[in-house]
Structures are given as C-alpha cells and as structure tokens.
Design a protein around this ligand. Sequence first.
Ligand code: NAD
Length: 317
Amino acid sequence: MDKDTEKILLTGGAGFIGSHLLDRLRDKGYEVTVFDNLSSGKLEFLEPSLKNPGFKLIEGDLLDTKAINKACKGVDFVFHVAANPDVKLGASDTSVHFEQNILATYNLLEALRLNGIKKLAFTSTSTVYGDAKVIPTPESYGPLIPISLYGASKLACEALITSYSHTFDLQAWIFRFANIVGARSTHGIIFDFIQKLRKNPKKLEILGDGKQEKSYLHVSECVASILFAIEKSNGAVNIFNIGSEDTISASEIGKIVVEEMGLSDVKFTYTGGSRGWKGDVPKMRLGLEKLKQIGWKPEYTSERSIRETVNSLLKNN
Ligand code: NAD
C-alpha cells in the first residue's frame, strides 16, 4: 500500500475491529473512506478521525449495490471488515449470515470488478476450520468443514474472493482471526460476562462446561499484524491465521472478569455440554508459522489480552 497514491475504502470501519484499523491507517497517514451502515458500528468510534482531512464516512449498506458501486469509484485498496460476526445467531436466524456476509461480499466484489479495483483484504475467521483435528491449526489444514452458519458464510466469502482473484486478477489478503478482544468490543464472552455481572454481581452463568479452550488476541496486535502481513506478502492470494500462541478457558476468563471488577463470592453456574451453543468450536488455537516466517510474532498472551480488555471496557462503561 502506498499512502501517497492509494485511496482506501474500509467497510465496517465504524465497528470494533474496523475502527481500530482506521485509527492505525490514519496514524500512518492514509486517506480512508469508511463505508458502514452503523448497524453495530458506532459514530463515537470514528471520533478520533473526524477532524482528519483524509477521512470520509459514507453511511451505506453493502446490500445496496448502487451505494457500494459509487463508494468504490477512484478507490485502489479495499479492506472488507463489515459483516455480522455473531456466531450464535445462525442457530435462530438462518438468513442473516447469508445476506450480511455472503451476499454483501458478492456485492462488494462486483463493485471492485466494475471499478477495476485490484486489491482486497478480508477479515475471515478460525470458524472456517470447524472442529479441527490438528491444533494449532495451520492455514493449510483441510478439509474445511465449518459447523456454524457464520463459519460457512465466511468460508463462502473466502471462496468467492479466491475465485474473483483468479478470474479478474484481484490480489487478495485473507485473515483468519482467533477471538479478537479490546476496547470498543460490543459482543463476545468478555462483554457478555461484564453485562451479566453488572445485572447480578453474585452469579455468573457460563455457556457450556466452562472448559472451552480458545485463543484470544488483543485488537492492537490484530490490526498491526494485518498491516504487517500486507506489507510483507505479495502473492495473488495471501492467507494468514491471526491469533495468540496460547489458549484460555471460559471459566478462567470468568475469574479474570470477577477479579478485575473487584467482586467476591461469585457463584459460577454452567449450562452444560462441551459447546457453549450449537456451532461453538470448543478448542481453538491457530498455527502462526506463516506469520512468523514473514517476521511477525504476537507479544500478548491470551490472559494479557483478556485483562486489558476487561479494564478498558470497565473504564469506558
Ligand atoms: P462489528 O460488529 O463491531 O463490526 C462490523 C461492522 O460492519 C459494524 O460497524 C457494522 O455496522 C458494519 N456492517 C455490518 N453489516 C453491514 C452492511 N450490510 N453494510 C455496511 N456495513 C455493515 O464486528 P467486529 O467484531 O469488529 O468484526 C469485524 C470483522 O472481523 C467481521 O468481518 C468479523 O466477521 C471478523 N471477525 C471478528 C472476530 C472477533 O473476535 N471480533 C473474530 C473473527 C472474525
């Protein structure tokens, strides 16, 4: 990416990860236009960029093909971060991930094709691996058998992107994230635990048996590694796992949240079963060899990422 010549469009830039990516791009001097329908994104997350002359917000929906085609005019590089990231939702609403992830990504790819845009970075997920038999799971793992509608939708997006890459000479970066945590997160386990403990500081209900072991990475490291990988890789399709090098259990996260909130005598209850919900992958840790080969290594452990997130969420109410 060349900040003097390339114009960037960032879908989902008002959301949790998108707004941190926006901050980082702005600090590096890039001109960025955010395209977001503000469904879960928040205007306040854009505040640090509002006075920046290179910044623009287009309040638009990826399901509106005219709006996204227009937004892509004159753009050189697209970060596609917008999605519905709620994994649990697929069990009760079967259309949301199809529309917000697959159809939205198809509309965007068409806008790229029609506007001659040749570079795209996409935020995918560890859930494309399903219940992986190899842990840590490398990017080359297969067959990919997602067990959630969310994972399936992201894998479909990846397939669309790689096929557009081959057919229309699009250069693509696909990032498969572990759980990303940090300030401004509006969903996920830490957010849920804080909400539950604010309602009832004596009891914490944990979905599943609490033994789910997953990798968590702080959003600051996530966005830094994305930009690092784009700078250091130049294939037609570049796929990278992004996560921490260890895991932490749901119960341990519960203990950290209780500690950081200064609570005591909290009774943990469990809904039972090894999965928190239908489609939950109970053991997840991603292989980071590809990132390491290009010179990147995460500094944060899962615990440090969790602790910093709890503190920043508590501070910002
Ligand atoms: P988020 O909900 O905070 O951000 C999504 C953003 O996209 C929001 O600003 C929302 O308003 C916008 N958006 C949604 N649908 C849109 C549409 N149709 N048109 C325009 N804008 C739309 O979620 P997040 O946690 O920041 O996730 C960002 C990306 O990272 C997503 O693609 C998600 O699937 C992926 N991801 C997140 C995690 C995680 O742990 N947070 C893990 C793996 C992958």
